[in-house]
Write a new protein. Structure first.
Length: 64
């Protein structure tokens, strides 16, 4: 919710959820998580980002 405040557009409105008690937010999250594939479907494979999309990610270098 702190991150939502920093975003553009309507996303800062999500920061208002801090007014909702944590246990109630957790309950809503668990409900959404249990039903998300039914509502939005599920992909057969992970997406491979395009070069344009990839440029938006931070390059943390190789990890060993």
């Amino acid at each position: 919710m702190r991150i939502a405040r920093q975003l553009d557009g309507a996303w800062p409105l999500l920061s208002l959820f801090w007014l909702v008690p944590g246990p109630l937010r957790d309950l809503a999250y668990r409900y959404f998580a249990a039903h998300r594939y039914r509502w939005f479907g599920q992909l057969e494979a992970c997406r491979v980002p395009t070069p344009e999309l990839r440029s938006r990610f931070l390059d943390m270098g190789a990890t060993s």
